[in-house]
Write a new protein. Structure first.
Length: 495
């Protein structure tokens, strides 16, 4: 039997319509009776007695009474017509306002595949932002064990969500139902990651309040401010020794770090003023914003220092890697295909020429040696494996630094590739991380800088950088609420 909930109209609706029609018909009949009665009485010509001894004919009586005999019938007919018209208009409006005309359902409509994908992407970005912000915030608090556990649980859920999304992008599973379920799984894992962080937000605040947050933030600020000169010198030196291309990925990082520190200075001053005036909320906002800016300044400066060190390490490995690669190729002469060996020989010869010819990108040279050997099925020697590890670690670290300090503009694709790189073998990790960095840079270029120009001066120096870095939510002219430890429901509580 078909349920009344899925028919074109519910059962009781027919009864209501019948009642309305009956009312309209009854009103029309009553009006017709009122109209006919005067006509029926006017057919007789018997005189009608009148006061004062005068005799008045029936026709004269009818003419004299027309003002009262016809008013009430006309009113009745008009009322019946109005009621009928009102009922028709109401039914028409109801039909037009229904999402699915004529169908009542207890379940909301399912989102389209495109909408489900957009929701999954947005969930990944939001969960990744919450995890990154919470990790930065925990760096300023000692002993927040419950918050640390929540962060680890959130990281586990986020890793699983990225893994599901990565398989989805690769076409697994294939069926429509399975793909819908995969997207539901992505959103569900991200929601659970956010729930874990939201549940621990209050405990984190209690631990944060118990410490001397202002002193900790000011101490790290002074330490980073003292490092900027040395980092700038290290960057310049690396560029001279290994070439401009070798340090291109971190050009501008020192300036961005200084920009974050300038912003931190202003917020630390605001925090001191708020503390003096007893404004607890203002104090928390100021210190937390300074913490976020200082943390990102540390990431930017650390990225430059790490690259300089990786270039030095790679330069030391390249000669040994060349020797090891040549030995492996010699052992493969009788088994590998000649075209692959010829390509590998050309790559190694090119790298040797760069090494003896002057400044060269040591990391890129090491990467090419590793890939040349791997392309022949080799790469088992210790020095080649060590080179592959260094190249992959450098690529993943550089991509992670960029995403973290520009996360307000970076989409799900770059983040998913970066997450996949962290789970992959060195050769794949290097490739995935480099592609993630490319996509992230593309996202940042497309995003632009809504806080640039003269408007940025009015908001204060450094606001554009911290909004792009996700320290502020960027919802208002001054940069908006400060992003705090927590999930989607609690991360903007310092508004």
């Amino acid at each position: 039997m078909t349920s009344s909930l899925i028919r074109g109209r519910p059962r009781h609706a027919t009864g209501h319509i019948a009642v309305r029609v009956g009312h309209a018909v009854l009103g029309g009949v009553a009006g017709a009776v009122w109209l006919v009665l005067p006509v029926m009485t006017s057919v007789t010509q018997d005189p009608v007695p009148a006061t004062g001894g005068r005799t008045v004919s029936a026709a004269q009586a009818a003419d004299g009474a027309s003002a009262t005999d016809y008013v009430l019938p006309l009113v009745a007919v008009a009322a019946a017509g109005a009621l009928g018209g009102y009922g028709y208009v109401r039914r028409t409006r109801r039909a037009r306002s229904r999402t699915t005309p004529g169908i009542l359902s207890s379940a909301p409509p399912s989102p389209s595949p495109a909408d489900a994908e957009r929701q999954a992407r947005a969930s990944l970005v939001l969960a990744d932002d919450c995890v990154r912000t919470s990790r930065e915030a925990l760096g300023y608090v000692d002993g927040a064990t419950s918050a640390e556990r929540a962060l680890r649980a959130a990281e586990t859920e986020l890793t699983a969500a990225f893994a599901i999304w990565r398989r989805y992008e690769e076409g697994v599973p294939e069926g429509d139902a399975g793909r819908r379920q995969a997207l539901v799984g992505v959103a569900g894992r991200c929601a659970e990651a956010g729930r874990q962080l939201d549940a621990a937000a209050a405990g984190f605040d209690a631990e944060w309040d118990a410490g001397d947050a202002l002193a900790a933030a000011e101490g790290r600020f002074r330490q980073l401010a003292g490092r900027t000169g040395g980092v700038a010198a290290a960057l310049a030196g690396a560029g001279e020794r290994y070439g401009a291309a070798a340090v291109a990925s971190v050009v501008g990082y020192v300036e961005q770090a200084k920009d974050r520190l300038v912003f931190a200075t202003s917020r630390l001053n605001q925090a001191r003023q708020a503390a003096d005036s007893g404004d607890g909320d203002g104090f928390r906002r100021g210190v937390r914003a300074a913490e976020g800016a200082v943390a990102q300044a540390g990431v930017l400066l650390g990225g430059v220092e790490r690259l300089a060190e990786e270039l030095r390490t790679a330069a030391g490995l390249v000669p040994a890697a060349l020797t090891g690669a040549e030995a492996e190729l010699a052992a493969l002469r009788g088994t590998a295909l000649p075209p692959r060996l010829a390509h590998a020989d050309a790559v190694l010869a090119g790298v040797r020429g760069e090494v003896t010819g002057g400044p060269y990108d040591a990391l890129d040279a090491l990467r090419r040696v590793v890939r040349a050997v791997e392309g022949t099925g080799g790469g088992r020697s210790g020095v080649i494996a060590a080179g592959a590890e260094l190249v992959a670690r450098s690529a993943v670290g550089a991509a992670d630094d960029f995403v973290g300090t520009h996360r307000a503009a970076v989409g799900a694709e770059a983040r998913a590739l970066l997450a996949a790189a962290g789970r992959s073998a060195p050769a794949d990790a290097d490739r995935l991380a480099r592609r993630a960095r490319e996509l992230a840079e593309r996202d940042v270029r497309a995003h632009g800088n809504p806080f640039a120009g003269e408007a940025a001066l009015a908001r204060g120096s450094g606001v554009a950088g911290v909004v792009l870095g996700g320290v502020l939510l960027g919802e208002e002219g001054d940069g908006g609420p400060v992003v705090a430890f927590g999930g989607p429901e609690s991360r903007g509580r310092l508004g």
